[in-house]
Design a protein around this ligand. Structure first.
Ligand code: EAX
Length: 330
């Protein structure tokens, strides 16, 4: 009786050890990767990478684990792109802000008033034009998994409400490090000050700049209402987001895993856009309740007219036919 009990105990111990070894083996077969964003976790960007991480894990049966980093904790968007390009970071989700410094062909998407509304922008990015643009990242060392969304950008400042284009004259505004934005804001009469997003809250608080411009989702998630008085729904630029992966790292995946990563990004895009849709419904009331003065309607034609002097240059830079192709796309 004693002996057989001991045998059973030893058997049990052995099987526990074997299970432990098996667990250890499967844990070491797990590959951990990192993805980062510039906004806080509670945002349209946070939803985008949290969903992606969950889906990669699900679709690869846990063989890949994605660790998520928020609020530029691994570096600002441009630095994150550099790290992904070099392969010292596997993935990032970035706004189009720094992208033209790496992939100049993508600059065209940030031309002011190019997209009429969210449906138009999403249709273009999900269609053949979007696919062509995703391919432009590859020679630069990136695999662009999918276009996502940062949103239509609006201006905030501390000086006075912007109601007509003349109100923008002389305002010192933080901008993204994107040449198209900088050129456009100069045409608006703004004094553009490019700066990494991670520095914006403090710059607004300390008055280094009078204002900034970002989608409602970013303004609310980053609590800019605490440091900005006036918001005007200028909607002057649509800014996409994009899931980027180091190309060599992507190329090493099996065909099945490549599909899983792309599928996970697409599911992430859906969650990202759904969050933006809900932010767009709630943000204005929310920001007003926190003390911001919001100008909801402007005469868009007047703002577009202010850009007329640089449109000829944009037509030359990007090809009028390419701009028109995007304008006409569904
Ligand atoms: O999280 O730098 C910027 O203004 C971008 O919109 C960024 O994605 C905000």
């Amino acid at each position: 009786m004693n002996i057989s009990r001991r045998t059973t105990t030893v058997g049990l111990m052995l099987s526990v050890m074997a299970a432990g070894l098996a667990l250890g083996a499967s844990a070491s077969a797990q590959t951990v990767m990192r993805i980062s964003i510039s906004s806080p976790q509670n945002s349209h960007q946070g939803v985008a990478i949290d969903t992606f991480a969950k889906e990669v894990e699900r679709l690869t049966n846990g063989r890949y684990v994605i660790k998520t980093f928020y609020a530029s904790s691994l570096g600002a968007e441009r630095e994150a792109m550099e790290s992904v390009q070099m392969g010292t970071q596997e993935l990032t989700w970035t706004s189009s802000g720094p992208v033209p410094n790496f992939v100049p062909e993508v600059k065209i998407l940030d031309v002011p008033y190019l997209f009429t509304d969210y449906a138009h922008a999403r249709g273009v990015l999900d269609g053949p034009i979007g696919d062509e643009m995703l391919e432009k990242f590859e020679p630069k060392g990136f695999k662009a998994l999918a276009w996502a969304e940062n949103g239509f950008r609006h201006m905030t400042n501390n000086k006075h409400p912007i109601k007509v284009p003349a109100d923008m004259q002389g305002l010192k505004m933080r901008t993204v490090e994107n040449p198209v934005h900088i050129q456009a804001y100069k045409a608006f009469g703004i004094n553009p000050t490019p700066m990494a997003f991670s520095e914006v809250f403090t710059a607004l608080q300390q008055g280094t700049v009078d204002g900034q411009e970002n989608p409602l989702s970013v303004i609310t998630a980053s609590k800019f209402d605490q440091v900005q008085k006036y918001l005007t729904l200028t909607g002057h630029v649509y800014s996409p987001g994009v899931y980027l992966m180091n190309k060599a790292t992507f190329d090493k995946l099996s065909d099945e895993d490549k599909k899983a990563f792309i599928e996970a990004a697409r599911i992430g895009v859906k969650a990202n856009r759904d969050r933006i849709d809900s932010d767009e419904k709630n943000a204005v009331a929310d920001l007003r309740s926190k003390g911001m003065e919001v100008i909801e309607t402007i005469d868009k034609a007047q703002f577009q007219a202010a850009l007329e002097p640089i449109m000829a240059d944009f037509n030359k830079q990007f090809g009028k036919e390419n701009l028109d192709r995007i304008r006409a796309a569904k």
